[in-house]
Design a protein around this ligand. Sequence first.
Ligand code: 13P
Ligand code: SF4
Length: 301
Amino acid sequence: MTTVEKITKLKEKKNAIILAHYYVEDEIQEIADYVGDSYYLSEVATKTDADWIIFAGVSFMGESAKILNPDKRVFMPDAKADCAMAHMVTPEKIKEIRGKTKDLAVVCYINSTAEIKTYSDVCVTSANAVKIVKSLPEKNIFFVPDGNLGSYVKEQVPEKNIILNDGYCPVHKVMTKEMVLKAKEKYPNAKFAVHPECIKEVVEEADYVGSTSGIIQYAAKENEKEFIIGTETGVMYELKKQNPDKKFYTVMDHQVCDDMKLVSLDKILDVLEHEVNEVLVSDDVRERAMLPLKRMLELAK
Ligand code: 13P
Ligand code: SF4
């Protein structure tokens, strides 16, 4: 039996589903039950009847799925797969800003630890950050941990006073305006679609700014045939699958999130065979971190 056949058989036996983010390897996206951006996957996690969720992604995704589903067993194929940005703000920093700012909401990007979520009023993803921040009653917003997504939201919601944190995604941050201009010169007919985790100067060059799902939908509905993609290259799998007649280029040679690439078929099989890497969140943290996540699901509707 092949690894994929073994996974399929055991998945059925355990009543398990595999959720995969667009950044994981193609072969994982191919066998996953659901593939999507962080918002879609967090929603799917709340709607499934499965007993087990295997989250092919990074730790904040598995943690969020567990927080939203305390009665289900959630597993990560690789327990070390983490998002560097998720750790780029501290509870002390949040307490400091709360202490000195009235009429404040702490908005945390879902790319954050469960602990940080417990200090936050609402979570957002790149797909709904603008909409949710706009809808909040507070005038002042401390946006954590991503300074680049925060800066994009600030541009889009000028009526709010958005306080930025200095966190960033190391994968998106290294794309520069110069690289984008070079790519545009090389592919003059291409549209440029970008993730808002990129720096402001790069986002300013974009024809479209949005989450991974947003970028995929944009490329599918535009009549143009060529696109420069400003995000992790895992999205190319779905982009090419949906648009075999279109061409997709990267901004730079290596647009890869190494943590997302830690997920492999063998590790998924290992989870199914040996119940390794279960995501555990203490009741106290889970109860408090669930509130901002639930609020996000409500406000994003
Ligand atoms: P999405 O919200 O588009 O899934 O992005 C998540 C992420 O980690 C981007 O780096
Ligand atoms: Fe985190 Fe960046 Fe990887 Fe997304 S691409 S999971 S933000 S390190």
